[in-house]
Design a protein around this ligand. Structure first.
Ligand code: FE2
Length: 245
């Protein structure tokens, strides 16, 4: 029903590319520091590909996840600076913070965080189990005027309680912004993730779209996603905050 409604609203001739939202705010472009670009040539291919799809500003968000990606703000900033200097690119650096004890400690100790735009901090949590630390992290962040953005919020099936969006509504009430991965609309991560992404889209609950690109092989799917009516609905909705970054 909704699909056919979107179908009627957006015929092929109305299709826009990502230039309407200008900025990708979730990507893994800095070579060799996380599970993203494996080398500089790959990073350059990814950057070229994203620009060809219409993005004019690229904010890259390497993982900071203790024991897996032992990055810190300095490593990320140095990596960004070296890459930009060498290739005359203008990639902007932030981070994707995994919410765990060490992250909460970092906030409580008032260590400076890598933010983007209007003091946004991109955070991710465990895919498998609900973690009380999310609430604590959100509280600590918002009380310091940071604006938490939950990365790929559709990738946490346990948040889709009884097939409803109540948990997401609670997050928004707690001033958490919601980011969805574009490739989820094509089922890249599974059917449930696709369903959650679609439901959040029709309820106008999505604040940011991101590519979360990790390698150049993901570029064709980002191009294909432009044919998806939910993606087109979002790009045309004027509601995404990407355009304001
Ligand atoms: Fe990511």
């Amino acid at each position: 029903m909704l699909l056919s409604l979107f179908g009627k609203l957006f015929s092929k001739k109305d299709i826009v590319d990502y230039s309407v939202i200008k900025t990708d705010m979730h990507s893994h472009l800095i070579p060799g520091i996380d599970d993203g670009a494996k080398d500089e040539q790959t990073a350059l291919l990814m950057i070229e590909g994203l620009k060809a799809l219409g993005f004019t500003q690229l904010i890259t968000t390497p993982h900071i996840m203790k024991s897996y990606f032992d990055n810190n703000e300095q490593i990320i900033q140095n990596g960004q600076q070296n890459f930009n200097d060498k290739y005359h690119t203008n990639v902007v650096a932030a981070a994707e913070y995994f919410v765990d004890e060490s992250f909460v400690e970092k906030i409580k100790n008032n260590m400076p965080l890598l933010t983007f735009g209007d003091n946004y901090v991109l955070i991710e949590v465990s895919m498998g189990v609900k973690d009380k630390q999310l609430e604590e992290a959100v509280f600590e962040l918002t009380s310091r005027n940071y604006k938490p953005v939950l990365a790929h919020c559709e990738r946490y099936p346990y948040m889709f309680e009884h097939g409803k969006l109540n948990y997401y509504e609670k997050l928004k009430d707690a001033d958490v912004l919601l980011q969805v991965n574009i490739r989820s609309f094509l089922g890249q991560y599974g059917e449930i993730q696709k369903k959650i992404a679609r439901k959040l889209a029709v309820n106008d609950m999505i604040d940011f779209l991101g590519t979360d690109i990790h390698n150049e092989l993901q570029l064709p799917m980002l191009k294909d996603a432009l044919q998806d009516e939910y993606v087109q609905h979002l790009l045309n909705s004027n509601q995404l905050k990407n355009a304001l970054l």
